[in-house]
Design a protein around this ligand. Structure first.
Ligand code: GLA
Length: 706
């Protein structure tokens, strides 16, 4: 619900448990008033009052917690908007124009006091999720162009506290989404990506808890996530004892020519409040993805158990070998067979072929049809790997169009993995990719596309474009990517898409609007993966988290892990298998078949249920995560023990999220107890030794008490 209190010039946006207040001060500045638990009466919320500057260095404008800071006048904090008008004036003076409440959202329009430029701030609450999705549109209502130098989506002011703890996700290739927590310093702290894509290093998500004392289940957590897959930044700034968090498209090397009548739409910045700790905050974001973000056509479908050929065959793919793998995969109960890299152009290793999206005739003399038909005969669907934004210099495409990559004259084109980035800001490149991919999906019954991106940008030049548009490439690339996938999805509504960027380099709320699932990391060592997956779960839901079972001895760490442990780790999200199946004995295949079967029985609860982190792998001998179905009638619990000494007692695992009064039976046992008992007494784990694991299933039992 959104309320406007005219006498106070205040808006209150209420969700089921939270409220966000903003209003106009005596001098007409739009400022933030409140964010937190909702209060009984509208008059409980603070009134909009101008702050006072208390020294010649501290202006009122600078101290007011503005909702959308335009750079100009006496302002020194991170601005949301910085522009240059056609006459070279670079000072912005934003004043309030009007508001409307439409389609359940509050839209407040600000305008420049002199120049024809408007900013539409949109606040869309998701009541039951206690989230607000914020966007900002910059509209040029005049006749002259305006150059945008920084456009953020919004800023969030946190209630005053002694201090805050900032939680964020940090990482690297093969070690993504590690949860980090620091005390917010009296300074600026920036999370960002400048490489052209979301990044392995940081992810556009954060959480803040007052005094650093909220836990998994209790306490206040403020959080936010940005829906954008290019250069982004989140800036946390403590000034005058208070914190503001701003988020949006990165201003680094950014400039956007906004012509007369045009609008620049900043990506959505979704903010939330949880009174139930970090677990509550994560579940709000998970539900948001399931109910509003993920592609609507496919979101209700359970994700299939897949096989991926990469670790088994690398670039060495051909019709017979893939068919043999598919035959083995089918015996395990796999439902989707995905052929990875190596099937196109002259792609025999990573030196050639990217850009030539036609089937390699030596490896597949009769095209993909015989393989796809065999895969379908075996009762599976067929999926394929592509990396459309890239080109190898050794490719027909590059030989034809060397100017289709980002580049500067008089400079080398830096290669990484022997490849260059295609200039998707060019319409002809975008149309070429739509053409190739559309043909591929039309000519072959492909039901799943793994879309990869294996390098960052460099030498981001596009000197053929008008000068004032040359720095638009960063944003145009992302928009083209979204457009291409949107077009393909429209033309091929049955095809699912997976986002991959050398593992988890491109996961964010923006990509999740178009992609059904994510390859979270190239690191498939199940032990390392526990940490990656734990961090991932803070921001993203299990239905998007694809995880594979691979070799017993992992090539990255040399660690040996039991098949059971590897399966259980992969079963906590979307189960996949990436091992060379010829290397498994019949006994191992038999065992694997059992896990796949068990997973299929409970996957709906895992993929669509509420996730509860019971124990973190960071500081417990046993880590554990569980999922409870929406109706609270089934629960699936996974527990992982790393190493135990004889005599070490494992404390009982206390469950969460069950209905206190319902009875639940622990599958495979006679144990039947109330939800409350499972949550307060817990389960005795029978885990032993090194790298042991289990999956436990509880089902509500409606029969009366005995
Ligand atoms: C990336 C992906 C891998 C695999 C290879 C293929 O590294 O993350 O899963 O698809 O590319 O070249």
């Amino acid at each position: 619900m959104i309320h406007y209190l005219e006498h106070r010039r205040t808006w209150i946006i209420e969700t089921d448990q939270a409220a966000y207040g903003l209003g106009l001060t005596e001098t007409g500045q739009l400022i933030h008033l409140y964010f937190g638990e909702s209060l009984p009466y509208h008059t409980d919320y603070p009134e909009p009052r101008d702050q006072h500057g208390w020294a010649s260095f501290n202006s009122r404008a600078d101290r007011n917690p503005e909702e959308y800071t335009g750079w100009g006048g006496v302002r020194y904090s991170e601005p949301c908007l910085k522009v240059e008008f056609h006459d070279h004036v670079r000072d912005l003076v934003l004043v309030y124009k009007e508001y409307v409440i439409q389609d359940g959202a509050l839209v407040i329009t600000l305008r420049d006091a002199h120049y024809p430029l408007e900013i539409r701030l949109n606040y869309k609450p998701f009541a039951e999720l206690n989230l607000i999705q914020r966007t900002a549109e910059i509209v040029n209502t005049g006749e002259h162009p305006v150059d945008l130098e920084q456009v953020l989506s919004g800023e969030l002011h946190l209630p005053a506290e002694n201090h805050y703890r900032l939680s964020y996700l940090s990482g690297k290739w093969a070690g993504e989404t590690q949860l980090r927590q620091i005390e917010m310093p009296d300074a600026k702290f920036i999370l960002e990506s400048r490489g052209g894509t979301t990044s392995h290093q940081t992810n556009p998500w954060f959480a803040m808890d007052p005094d650093g004392c909220s836990t998994e289940d209790y306490g206040k957590v403020f959080f936010g996530a940005l829906a954008y897959s290019g250069n982004w930044k989140m800036v946390f700034e403590k000034r005058f004892g208070k914190i503001k968090a701003s988020a949006g498209v990165h201003d680094f090397d950014f400039r956007w020519r906004l012509n007369a009548g045009e609008t620049f739409a900043a990506p959505a910045f979704t903010i939330g409040y949880s009174a139930e700790g970090f677990g509550g905050a994560s579940r709000q974001l998970h539900q948001y993805q399931l109910e509003y973000v993920l592609p609507r056509q496919t979101v209700r479908q359970d994700r299939k158990v897949l096989y991926n050929s990469w670790e088994a065959t690398r670039f060495d793919v051909n019709e017979q070998d893939q068919i043999r793998l598919a035959e083995l995969a089918a015996t395990l109960g796999v439902e989707l067979f995905v052929m990875d890299d190596g099937w196109f152009g002259r792609r025999n290793d990573d030196h050639a072929g990217l850009g030539d999206w036609t089937v390699n005739p030596e490896k597949f003399p009769n095209g993909l049809r015989p393989l796809i038909e065999r895969v379908e005969e075996l009762g599976m669907e067929f999926g394929i790997w592509v990396e459309p934004e890239m080109v190898n210099p050794d490719s027909d495409l590059y030989r034809r169009h060397p100017d289709w990559v980002y580049h500067f004259p008089n400079r080398v084109n830096s290669e990484m993995r022997n490849q260059l980035v295609l200039n998707l800001a060019r319409e002809d490149v975008k149309q070429y990719l739509i053409g190739c991919l559309d043909r591929l999906l039309t000519e072959n019954r492909i039901r799943f596309v793994k879309w990869d991106m294996n390098r960052l940008f460099s030498e981001p030049g596009y000197l053929d474009a008008p000068y004032e548009q040359q720095r638009e490439i960063w944003v145009r690339h992302v928009r083209s990517l979204y457009d291409i996938v949107e077009t393909l999805r429209k033309n091929h509504p049955d095809v699912h898409f997976q986002s991959c960027s050398g593992g988890g380099g491109r996961v964010d709320l923006g990509i999740l609007e178009l992609f059904d699932q994510v390859w979270v990391s190239d690191n498939t060592d199940a032990y390392d993966r526990l940490f990656i997956q734990e961090g991932y779960s803070y921001a993203y839901c299990a239905k998007t988290m694809e995880s594979w079972v691979t070799a017993e001895q992992h090539w990255m760490n040399n660690r040996r892990l039991p098949l059971r442990f590897r399966f259980h780790v992969a079963m906590t999200g979307v189960l996949g298998i990436g091992e060379n199946l010829h290397a498994w004995s019949e006994k191992e295949r038999e065992e694997a078949r059992g896990y796949v079967e068990a997973y299929k029985k409970v996957r709906s609860g895992i993929q669509n249920g509420r996730q509860y982190r019971l124990q973190s792998p960071k500081n417990n001998p046993v880590s554990s995560v569980m999922y409870v179905s929406e109706q609270q009638d089934t629960a699936v619990v996974f527990a992982f023990l790393y190493g135990n000494r004889n005599g070490d007692e494992l404390r009982p695992l206390r469950l969460k999220g069950l209905d206190e009064t319902k009875y639940y039976v622990l599958e495979g046992t006679e144990q039947r107890r109330s939800g409350k008992a499972w949550m307060s007494v817990g389960i005795e784990l029978e885990l032993k030794g090194d790298l042991d694991s289990c999956m436990l299933v509880l089902r509500a039992d409606p029969s009366p008490n005995q």
